[in-house]
Ligand binder design. Structure first.
Ligand SMILES: [Zn+2]
Length: 257
């Protein structure tokens, strides 16, 4: 496998979404491996040595990522940013764009990867939403920036993260988080305090008027997915990619998987 889920732009009215598994992911946890071309961004065809070679044929020619820091900053990827490139990755946890053919990437290994789009308005986004990101409102912030770019009717796809029955936290942290986010209340399969990140994300997206599709799976339980909890700090990262189809361009379908 390479993709845990692949949403064909032809089926959405022009927005593609891909969630990779262990085979399709980037080889390491390091953001510097994602983007180190002279421009700072990465062209899909230029880096056959990375896992992105498997992303060829999906309908985007450029891949942009960020240095994820569990915050709520959103990078707007526009023509100028693509043309100028970056000397180092922006510190942010979401990317949004109106540019066709640009793959927006978020990397995760237990946190929730969220892709968002208004295909009709031609606005797409991705967000990295773990406990801290959900707490500071990265999803609401991403939705707000997308609406500022013209999005009206937003839909979202949430890829696999750690499930509520696996995401154990100590009792004080659970109490503190649940006080702010009641939907997070959960218990592990073995009876200790836990947090339901997916429940919180669904609540926040519903509040923002976003229709959501959930890709099933738990990163900690599924050996085909990377898990920070299970594999430790050196765990790899699966990628969530969202892009706008180039008008008249090819539909989704990996070239060689
Ligand atoms: Zn689980």
């Amino acid at each position: 496998m390479v993709f845990r889920a692949l949403i064909d732009p032809a089926a959405t009215g022009g927005v593609g979404v891909a969630f990779t598994d262990r085979d399709g992911a980037l080889p390491t946890a390091s953001a510097s491996d994602l983007v180190r071309e002279s421009s700072g961004w990465l062209r899909v065809d230029a880096r056959a040595d990375l896992g992105v070679a498997r992303w060829r044929g999906l309908g985007f020619h450029e891949v942009v990522g960020v240095d994820q820091v569990h915050g709520d900053a959103v990078v707007v990827v526009d023509e100028r940013l693509i043309a100028d490139g970056v000397s180092e990755l922006p510190r942010a946890d979401a990317l949004v764009s109106r540019l066709p053919g640009v793959g927006l990437v978020i990397r995760t290994a237990d946190c929730l990867p969220v892709a968002l789009a208004d295909p009709h308005a031609g606005v797409v986004g991705v967000a990295h939403a773990g406990r801290r990101g959900l707490d500071v409102g990265v999803l609401a912030r991403t939705v707000s920036v997308m609406r500022g770019l013209g999005a009206r009717r937003l839909r979202a796809w949430i890829g696999p993260g750690i499930c509520a029955q696996c995401y154990e936290v100590d009792a004080p942290l659970a109490d503190e988080f649940v006080a702010r986010h009641p939907l997070a209340r959960a218990t592990t399969r073995w009876g200790t305090p836990a947090l339901d990140l997916l429940g919180v994300a669904l609540g926040q997206l519903a509040d923002a008027g976003v229709e959501v599709e959930v890709i099933p799976g738990c990163t900690r339980e599924d050996a085909d997915l990377f898990s920070h909890r299970r594999d430790g700090a050196a765990a790899g990262r699966q990628a969530a990619i969202a892009w706008l189809m180039v008008p008249g361009g090819a539909s989704a379908g990996p070239a060689d998987s």
